[in-house]
Design a protein around this ligand. Sequence first.
Ligand SMILES: Nc1ncnc2c1ncn2[C@@H]1O[C@H](COP(=O)(O)OP(=O)(O)OP(=O)(O)O)[C@@H](O)[C@H]1O
Ligand SMILES: [Mg+2]
Length: 389
Amino acid sequence: MLESQLPPENTSRLLEIGRSLTANLELEPLLHQITAAARELTGAKYAALGVLNSSRDSLERFVTIGIDEAQRSEIGVLPSGRGVLGVLIDDPRPLRLDSISRHPSAYGFPAHHPSMESFLGVPILVDGLAFGNLYLTDKSEGNFDDIDEASVVTLAAWAAIAINNARRIEQDRLRAAIEGAEQERRRWARELHDDTLQGLGALNVLLSSAVRRGDLESLRTAAAAGSEQLRVEISNLRSLIAELRPASLDELGLEAALEALFGRLTSTADFDVELSNELGNGDALPKELEITVYRVIQESINNVAKHASASHIQAQLRRNGSSIELSVHDDGRGFDPGAGTSGFGLVGMQERVALAGGTTTVTSSTTGGTTIQVKLPLPNGAASAATQG
Ligand SMILES: Nc1ncnc2c1ncn2[C@@H]1O[C@H](COP(=O)(O)OP(=O)(O)OP(=O)(O)O)[C@@H](O)[C@H]1O
Ligand SMILES: [Mg+2]
């Protein structure tokens, strides 16, 4: 019998069921809903949905309705899909029987299993592949008929769409969780680079330049400064672990944190730094933006110290309309920004700025030195508040 030949009341009930199944996006409750619908449509005493394993040769799950928990635990092992149930696994087509026990594949029910007579089995194919089978037994009056079979076949088609949707949603959730974890790892890498590695690098510069000078006084001063720096690094690392945030920024605010950063650098380097900060302490800036500003300047000037052989750095921080603009210029040897590098600094900086919705421009030449320009959009609330800042 075709679906179109079903009595109108069955067709409209199936439509209702189909709508409600496809609105259910959680796989587990959906399987119960499908099983219950199959039982309701046919008037079966027992209904089950057997879900196939990944190799589609046996059942891995069995959702049942009609058998209560106590009966289930008495029966013990659930069917793995041998016997009559297995017929549908080997040959996924509807199967209707007046008596299960008379089928050649029947091998008898396990102990404590209620005896069952009439049977209707219908496969559920999802994306053309067998997902599982609906098993219905013991129709309350008479045997399963053409109408029952056509109804359950239609139900199985709705079920396939609903299962497909629910699975996609489940996969999307999983993908989002994996992406979230990946982003978190990237953030950790960036924080470790920007905080711990920068601090240790500065410590290395401090100690090795003292060793180069070689006199006792320089070594003594460097050891004292180095020890202090190490104490700061340990505390920074603690705060990184606790919060993944730069400690000095939290404690001191943007202006003082930047001054401390420049102070540390100029005490050991051979260049001078000129900072023009129109944002002051950046109180009106959202915390995340403040960190981005600090990190960009930190990486830029550390790069100058490490690579540029510059004598002068000019750093500017200001507000322009609804954005924050910052630039760091050095008069050093320059480099080719398009060339590949094993460093993480510039890439991490650009990634950080992009995450904040901003843009980074790197211009560099052997004669004109290097300029890093970054433009960061201010969120709406902060844009008006920063005007006073
Ligand atoms: N201001 C600069 N002057 C000259 N060269 C620079 C400057 N900034 C960056 N570079 C060059 O660009 C390369 C990449 O910089 P990047 O910050 O990405 O890596 P890094 O500083 O070498 O290592 P990391 O930042 O991971 O510790 C540097 O190795 C250096 O050759
Ligand atoms: Mg770097």
